[in-house]
Write a protein that binds this ligand. Sequence first.
Ligand SMILES: Cc1cc2nc3c(=O)[nH]c(=O)nc-3n(C[C@H](O)[C@H](O)[C@H](O)COP(=O)(O)OP(=O)(O)OC[C@H]3O[C@@H](n4cnc5c(N)ncnc54)[C@H](O)[C@@H]3O)c2cc1C
Length: 298
Amino acid sequence: MDCKENFEIKKLTSFKVGGEIAKVYFPENIDEFLEAIEKEPNAFVAGNLSNVLVSSDGYDGAVILTKKMDKIQFDGTKVTAGAGVRGTKLSKLALENNLSGLEFMVAFPGSVGGEVFMNAGAHGQMIADVLKSAKIYCPEKGLITLNNQDMKFSYRTSICQSKPYSVLEAEFKLCKKMTEEIQAKMDENLSFRLNKQPSLTLPNCGSTFRNPQGDSAGRLLDEAGLKDFKVGGVHVWENHANFIINDNNGTSLDILTVMYEMYKRVKDKFNIELKPEVRFLGGKNEKEVEICKILYQK
Ligand SMILES: Cc1cc2nc3c(=O)[nH]c(=O)nc-3n(C[C@H](O)[C@H](O)[C@H](O)COP(=O)(O)OP(=O)(O)OC[C@H]3O[C@@H](n4cnc5c(N)ncnc54)[C@H](O)[C@@H]3O)c2cc1C
């Protein structure tokens, strides 16, 4: 199996930030994943790193990246996708097969595994609406299959966030529709995104904070005056205050410093503690560890 030591991760992250990772495994299928996790039971499992901020000082542990687990199989209205399949690709293939249900993934930079883990969603749809079952690696039992109910989906979360579960494959139940109808929905979603979210030409990690119940993190951050707030090479996007853009070779510390300011100003003004949607991988830089203790309350 492909395994790299002291691997410079920066280019693979959507934030274009991150130092050396001690070991990175790139399994191509479930058997290779099992081999990797047996060697590295504490490995951090990730997909396309579109929602992870990796420390510029690197990470001493092992990472398993599922990018190459990218098999897709259509069978009637059912589609089975490996953890590493990109959401965008899956939605386009569903369109080609006249299958509706994945239009919301049209410009998703994440992998199926990351999307199931996060219960990713947009445009009023989310993974929980279409997932039939997921093949999961569970350290205690090995390979298990969980159905939609077992996954305990709710807003941007699944059972995989409270248990050490890795998503290896997902089965989606779609429905037949006319190509034109599916295409129209995808076009509508795409044009909404082009106006409301930064594209990946501006390195970013999607929404920085989760929406608090009944409110919008973007609104709170905007009213707290965060738009265009800058530290080092990064700034809060001028069009929507819940996005951080790294367009000037910023570091992970720049990003965490901005996140802390966002958190603090909203707490001071509204007495609401925002919770990060972006995950952090690091631990070697003391200042970062201190900020993470507050942001992630660990
Ligand atoms: C430009 C942009 C737009 C975005 N738009 C949206 C959006 O509209 N809606 C939305 O919900 N999100 C959005 N995101 C955020 C992100 O794409 C999603 O959270 C996505 O689900 C992350 O997938 P990933 O493969 O990149 O996961 P990663 O970033 O690699 O990992 C994210 C988390 O998932 C875990 N994980 C990843 N793969 C697995 C696996 N196989 N098994 C277990 N755990 C795993 C990781 O440990 C980590 O904690 C956007 C991000 C960007 C950069």
